[in-house]
Structure formats: C-alpha cells, structure tokens
Design a protein around this ligand. Structure first.
Ligand code: NAP
Length: 550
C-alpha cells in the first residue's frame, strides 16, 4: 500500500482565504478539476477529509477491493503522456494500484500544494449580496470563493449500521468503507460479514481462504459475474496506446463509456435458444459487465431479462455444490442489472469451502448484535471480528452531510426533501455558481466514472472560461430547465427495469430516503451531446448575469 505522499503537506490556508474556486474532494474529480483550473490561471483550492488523494480508492482499502472496469478504460484520458507512462498491471486494477495511480497523478501535476488534507467542509452558503460562496471547514476556517465545485463522490458517505445492538460487540468491528490503512490479520479468526454487495463479495472472496470460520449474513442475493482478471497482456496495452484516440472517442459516444461492454443489437426473445445460450456463454467466459449487454432488451423487457436470470441461476447451481446454498445465492426477486451487478473472482466457489457458511437473513433475520457476535432468530454466532459491508447513502449522502445553503438561505437538503433535483446533474436552481461533478441526474454511476468525471470537469472548465471572457459572474440553472430535466430523467428510467429493484440507485437502501431513480440512464454519449448543445446554445436553461461586486 503506497503511503499517500505528502498527505497533510498541502499548506493550510489562513483562518480566512479567498479563491476563485473552491473544490470539495480530492478524488479523481477534484484532482482533475484543480489541474484544469490552474491551467486557466484561476486560483483554486481543494479541501479533502482524508489524509491523501484518491477518494474512493483512498478509503476503500478492504481486502480484495478492485475496480470493475478494465484498467485502461478506467483512467484519465486528458494527458496522452500520462497514459503512455503509466503501466497497469492487471485487467482490473486492485485498490493499492489505483491509489498509487492517484498519487502518481498528484505528483506529476504537482497538485498537493493546493490541497488541504484532513479538512472536512462542514458548510457552504451563498451570499446573495456579494454573489460569493462562504465555505466553512471543520477547523473553523472560512473561505470565500465565487465558484464552488462539489467533487464529493457518488459512493463516499458510508452507511452506519442501524441493527439493534450495533455497538455492543466487544470483538473487532470493521467497515469495508473505512478499512484500517495498516490492514488487519484475520487468519484463523471467526469472522462475520453483513452485506453481499460489491464490497462484501470482494471481501468474502479474498478473506475466505485465510479466516478460521466465515459467516456471511445475506439479506438479498446479488447477481455476480466472473471478472476473469489476469495480468494485463502487453498486447492490450500496445493496442490501446496505438489506437487511443479512436478508443477514447468511442468511449465518449457510447452508452456507458466502457468499450469492453460491447452491446449487441437485437432482442433476446427473437433468437433461437441455442444462439442465445451461445451469446450468454461467450460473455460469461469473457467476464465483466458485457453479459448484461448480450441483447438490447435485457434492460427493458422483463421476459428477455428472465432468460438471463435463468442463465445465471444455472451457473450458480453449477458452481455451488450444496443445492440448498446454491438456491439461497440465486437472486430471484428482481431483474438482472436492476441492482449493480458485481464482478467477482471466484465468489460462488467459496461456498464450497467447509469454513464458509451462508446465513439467509430472509429465513433467519438478525435479532441483535451481541457483545460476542450475532444473534439470529435461529441462534447465536460467536465471532472474533464483525465486518460491515452495508453500503452507502449514494449520490446525495455526501452533499447532505454538508450544510449547503443557496439563495435566501435555502438548504439543499430541504430542496431535495422529495429526492434530488438538478439540471443535467451539474447545477441546482437556487444555488448559483455551485457545480456538482457526476451529480444526480447525470450518467455518473451508470457509466465509466472516470470518463464521466472528465466530461463534467471539462464542461465546467469550458463554461467558466466562457463566463470569464464575457465577464459574466453568475450562472444558475432556471427552475423550468431543472424541472424539465428531472421529468426527462424519470421518463427515461421508467422505460427500464431499474425501478423493479430496491437498489441504492433509488435510495431504497437508506430508510426514509425518497424513492427516486437518481442517475441518468439515457446514455453517456447522448448526455454528452445534450450538455454540449446546451453550452453551444448560450447555456440554454441557465441564467447568466453580471453582479455588481466582482
Ligand atoms: P451495496 O451494494 O449497497 O451492498 C450493501 C449490502 O449490505 C447489501 O447486500 C445489503 O442488503 C446489505 N445490507 C445493508 N444493510 C443491511 C442490514 N441492516 N442488514 C443486513 N444486510 C444489510 O454496497 P457496496 O457493496 O459497498 O457497493 C456499493 C456500490 O459501490 C456498488 O454497487 C458499486 O457501484 C460500488 N463498488 C464498486 C466496486 C468495484 O468496482 N469493484 C467495489 C465496491 C463497491 P440489501 O441488498 O438487502 O439491501
């Protein structure tokens, strides 16, 4: 694990400071935003709660943490030299390598001198009179800036356990989202893990061979497909570099920005069973997300989707030797892909190990966490270590945790009481000069995040350049454009199967959170065109103005 070089070395600003732009978060979004702002000669400063760069890959250090998009696709494209110099070692990079990459980028572009680490933004409010944002840190500093960019991440606000007795456990309690930097020795231990999303599945698969006993507490089984991870073939790298312009362009115009997904036209219902099986098999053998793109209607037609559900169910039955365990691992209550599909390395296989035990919480719900383990309706599980892999308050959680106030002191959390509303996932009416990177209402988590981050950062940068040249000081989404966009986001989602699962895309994993489909599912390429057209059309749907104070 590379130590975050220079962590905390970013010079602390004075008790008050003024910048053109404040950026919240030093993940891939905040880092690139800073680089772009500097290039434009604007004064910019980043505030980051962690002690180093990398965002998601800084925090999520659990065993087996690994990206689920091909490494070369999940990397910055803005610098050809960076692409040429960096060597990914595996098809899907693991967290230490991703963190090393983030640190390499920070070094290469000398980013740390404008980042304050170990500093959390607690509040940000817009001053109607001055047209400036006033931003407060947890060290009591006040920063003033005309523009504020929330690069706070979509999956950065980890949920805290709301299970009775949580906190009473006297053994070691761990969370995948805040795994200790120094690692943990679990060998020979009795370990319980709650949660079987991507974080849980990657953890389970990685620790199963080392722990004494592993008890997996599963509420909802997940669809999981093999990654078929392997050392990156030098030929893949050479091909990527030789054709990078073409490939990058293909990513940008595609549906999700991942070329390996290779969507196939046509209906699953209109081919012969043999051809369908061949296609599913080929994609299972290839690994990763491509299985869900086997046919065009898998994401929109339940009958087509059911065919894929059956295929995966049979795969699970073929891998897991105990038929009862296999049936419990098969997702049967929602369509394939409606919850985020997990990309795994031998997940179902671990249930063939004698030391791995699946506890189906639908049959035997957890009654309470006890000082010595977990009590289900059926009995007590004595544990040395309890791991929570229970997910995130996605897309809005990180913003909700900051007291953000726009015009007339309106709170963002109140405005979003019935679910997030934005124009293009980029701005919110009533919150002038505040940009969101991969905010709700943009493709974000339904796309290659690196690509979507770059698209937003570049759109925002171009916008700020245009505003500067025209001496415009304020940009704000109009309520009409926002309402229209939200209606469009909902309409597109309604045409898919996404609404048929209780997913974090819908906020359904957080009790009390409004059930609203948050990302834009209309396609990353289409979305990019829309953003570009808006800018070309004099920022249609935004109000531009010049304030008195400049
Ligand atoms: P997640 O997908 O939301 O999974 C959380 C798990 O915890 C679910 O199985 C959930 O069950 C369970 N859970 C939550 N509260 C519970 C409770 N009170 N009792 C019992 N079970 C409970 O979270 P995640 O695994 O952290 O993944 C979130 C997202 O992060 C992923 O979907 C992915 O987009 C991203 N991610 C990506 C990677 C990667 O690229 N490889 C790795 C990790 C995460 P229910 O389903 O019943 O709610």
């Amino acid at each position: 694990m590379p130590e975050a070089k220079g962590a905390g070395a970013g010079e602390k600003p004075a008790k008050t400071a003024t910048y053109d732009i404040v950026i919240v978060g030093a993940g891939f979004a905040g880092m690139y935003m800073l680089h772009k702002m500097r290039g434009m000669g604007l004064s910019a400063h980043v505030y980051e709660a962690g002690s180093g760069v990398g965002g998601t890959w800084f925090w999520n250090r659990y065993p087996g943490a690994r990206v689920d998009v091909e490494s070369q696709e999940y990397s910055y494209s803005f610098s050809p030299e960076l692409e040429e110099d960096w060597h990914w070692s595996e098809r899907y990079a693991a967290q230490p390598e991703l963190l090393k990459y983030a640190n390499h980028v920070a070094d290469r572009f000398d980013l740390r001198r404008d980042i304050s680490f170990n500093t959390r933004i607690t509040a940000a409010s817009y001053d109607d009179h001055t047209g400036l944002w006033r931003i407060i840190t947890d060290h009591g500093e006040t920063i003033t800036a005309r523009f504020c960019v929330m690069a706070t991440g979509c999956l950065s606000a980890a949920k805290t356990p709301d299970i009775p007795g949580a906190g009473s456990f006297t053994g070691l309690t761990l969370s995948t989202a805040t795994w200790p930097t120094e690692g943990v020795d679990l060998s020979g231990k009795r370990v319980g893990i709650i949660g079987t999303g991507s974080s849980g599945i990657q953890t389970i698969t990685t620790i199963a061979p080392d722990v004494g006993e592993l008890y997996v507490f599963q509420r909802t089984p997940n669809f999981s497909v093999p990654a078929h991870n392997h050392p990156l073939d030098p030929a893949v790298r050479e091909d990527w570099l030789a054709n990078r312009e073409t490939y990058r362009q293909q990513q940008r115009t595609s549906g999700v920005g991942i070329l390996a997904v290779s969507p196939r036209e046509g209906s699953a219902l209109e081919v012969s069973p043999e051809e369908r099986e061949r296609e599913f098999e080929a994609r299972w053998a290839k690994g990763g997300f491509c299985l869900g793109a086997a046919f065009q209607d898998v994401g929109t037609d339940r009958a087509a989707n059911d065919l894929l559900v059956d295929f995966v169910a049979n795969k699970i039955r073929g891998i897991v030797k105990d038929p009862d365990t296999a049936e419990k691992l098969i997702p049967a209550t929602y369509p394939y892909g409606a919850k985020r599909v997990v990309v795994d390395t031998g997940y179902f296989e671990v249930y063939n190990q004698d030391n791995v035990h699946l506890i189906d919480l639908n049959e035997t719900p957890i009654e309470t966490i006890t000082p010595t383990g977990i009590r289900t309706r059926e009995g007590d599980y004595e544990l040395d270590v309890l791991i929570y892999a229970i997910g995130f308050d996605a897309m809005t959680g990180a913003l909700d945790r900051i007291d953000i106030r726009g015009r007339d002191g309106q709170r963002l959390s109140e405005k979003w009481n019935a679910g997030p509303v934005t124009y293009l996932g980029l701005m919110v009416a009533g919150f002038p000069n505040m940009f969101l990177v991969t905010g709700p209402g943009s493709p974000s988590v339904l796309s290659n995040m690196l690509m979507s981050i770059e698209q937003h950062v570049e759109w925002i940068s171009d916008c700020l350049r245009d505003l500067g040249e025209r001496q415009v000081t304020t940009i704000e989404a109009t309520p009409e454009a926002e309402a229209e966009w939200v209606a469009h986001v909902n309409e597109v989602a309604a045409g898919t199967l996404y609404l048929q699962a209780n997913s974090w895309y819908l906020g359904a994993n957080v009790p009390g959170k409004p059930r609203v489909f948050m990302p834009y599912v209309g396609g990353a390429g289409t979305y990019r065109e829309k953003c570009d057209a808006v800018a070309a059309n004099d920022y249609e749907g935004f109000r531009l103005s010049r304030s008195e104070t400049r």
